[in-house]
Design a binder for this molecule. Structure first.
Ligand SMILES: [Zn+2]
Length: 437
């Protein structure tokens, strides 16, 4: 009798231990401008249920058969719409996690299989209600860009990786996602300071955007050019220098290009999207045609950028390479992927960590883009009216001071070069811009 009771207790304990099949190992949160992502790291596959509650707004997640003794911490800084996280046991063997929210949000959740350095994960994306969609925000940029009569050329700048996907890691511990964001910010500033161009950043903080969504945002912004910035690793740490890629649908131009595309395209597995989504659409003949037109422009831009990058340091290759990068598959926006260096190389890593070097790289890219636009920009753009950098067609609203500032020459030199006595200039007149200051 006594023995049976002990046996029953042991059996119960065994059942209990077996019932807790999983464990939550960690909670990570990233806040983007459009959504907040919470990731629960798990040691195996789980069943879960998710629902929302109002007043105050909460998202509740019940995970079955998870060790309730689980402990994880929450950092309220940079946590977006999440103001707090609590957890406790439910029904003996379930874990209940409650996310307290600052505002009402629509949740979207999914489980991820192990990929890269990550194991099983439960991802919860929270989209605040009443927030402007990314499409609306980029449209606002487009409107302001078109307001001065001559349209600005729009450059979409994509900082590679982000959030859950750190990209490559340098020998000194630098994350590629940090370098790409810092460089994208610098490049945005350079481009916005140059006449006739406007930059739109695809990601503005430390969060992940699926690859296809990146070029979709560029299309929504009606970008004339899409630049994806990377600083990947190579298995040989001695390999260094910058390289420039365009899309190839038939094959990679080098072994390095093939390997790089393979590892880049895996980013979606880390960030939570199945690869090759919508691929059948892209294979249609019509899209092929518009894509090959876009490819011609991509090539011209890539060559011009590669040329300029030669002035800031070593280039890994002296010609534009081709590889099948998902992020470059936009059907109608010319797209270029720029490796600003190899983070696996200690010298490149160190340089990319220096603001001065990043500025030089950004300037070189801007110069390359500018040269490309001077040759290819369509009618109605500032570039179309200023193809020859030494001439300027006077626009309504122009003043000598404005033009002088645009080309960084003094008003007196501008007057001198054009035999002007006063400040009167007429729309349509062509002014000679003196070169050199
Ligand atoms: Zn990368």
């Amino acid at each position: 009798m006594r023995l049976t009771r002990i046996g029953a207790i042991i059996l119960l304990l065994l059942l209990q231990a077996d019932a807790w099949s999983g464990q939550v190992q960690n909670l990570r949160v990233w806040a983007g401008p459009d959504s907040t992502r919470a990731v629960l790291d798990l040691d195996g596959r789980v069943d879960y249920r998710l629902f929302t509650l109002d007043n105050p707004s909460r998202v509740v997640v019940d995970i079955s058969n998870v060790d309730p003794a689980t402990a994880f911490s929450f950092n309220p800084e940079h946590s977006g719409v999440i103001s707090g996280v609590r957890h406790g046991v439910r029904n003996g063997s379930d874990l209940r996690v409650v996310f307290d929210l600052d505002a009402k949000a629509r949740p979207q959740s999914f489980l991820l299989e192990p990929a890269g350095d990550h194991g099983h994960r439960l991802v919860i994306d929270l989209y605040p209600e009443n927030a402007a969609s990314p499409g609306e925000r980029v449209k606002q940029v487009v409107r302001s860009a078109a307001s001065n009569g001559e349209r600005d050329m729009i450059v979409a700048i994509d900082a590679g990786h982000g959030g859950e996907d750190p990209g490559a890691v340098g020998p000194g511990g630098t994350f590629e996602k940090e370098i790409t964001l810092a460089l994208a910010r610098e490049l945005t500033e350079r481009i916005n300071n140059a006449p006739g161009m406007r930059a739109v950043m695809i990601r503005t903080g430390d969060y992940y955007i699926p690859l296809a969504e990146r070029y979709n945002r560029a299309r929504q912004a009606r970008a004339d050019l899409f630049l994806s910035i990377h600083a990947d690793a190579f298995r040989d740490f001695r390999v260094r220098g910058s390289s420039v890629y365009v899309l190839s649908r038939s094959g990679a131009s080098s072994e390095a290009a093939r390997l790089l595309a393979k590892s880049e395209n895996k980013a979606d597995l880390v960030g939570g999207v199945k690869l090759d989504r919508g691929d059948d659409v892209l294979s249609s003949v019509l899209l092929d045609l518009s894509q090959s037109a876009a490819l011609e422009y991509s090539n011209s831009a890539a060559e011009s950028i590669l040329d300029q990058l030669g002035s800031v340091g070593r280039r890994h290759r002296n010609r534009v390479e081709r590889a099948n990068f998902v992020v470059l598959r936009s059907p109608d926006v010319p797209s270029v992927l720029i490796e600003v260096g190899f983070i696996s190389n200690p010298q490149d890593e160190q340089k990319l960590n220096t603001a001065g070097h990043r500025r030089q790289v950004a300037l070189a890219i801007t110069d390359g883009v500018e040269r490309h636009f001077r040759q290819t920009a369509p009618q109605g753009t500032w570039f179309a009216n200023n193809r020859n950098p030494s001439r300027h067609v006077v626009q309504r609203g122009d003043s000598l001071g404005k033009i002088a500032q645009k080309y960084q020459v003094s008003v007196s030199r501008l007057r001198q070069a054009n035999n002007l006595n006063g400040d009167v200039i007429h729309p349509g007149a062509e002014l000679v811009i003196p070169t050199g200051s």
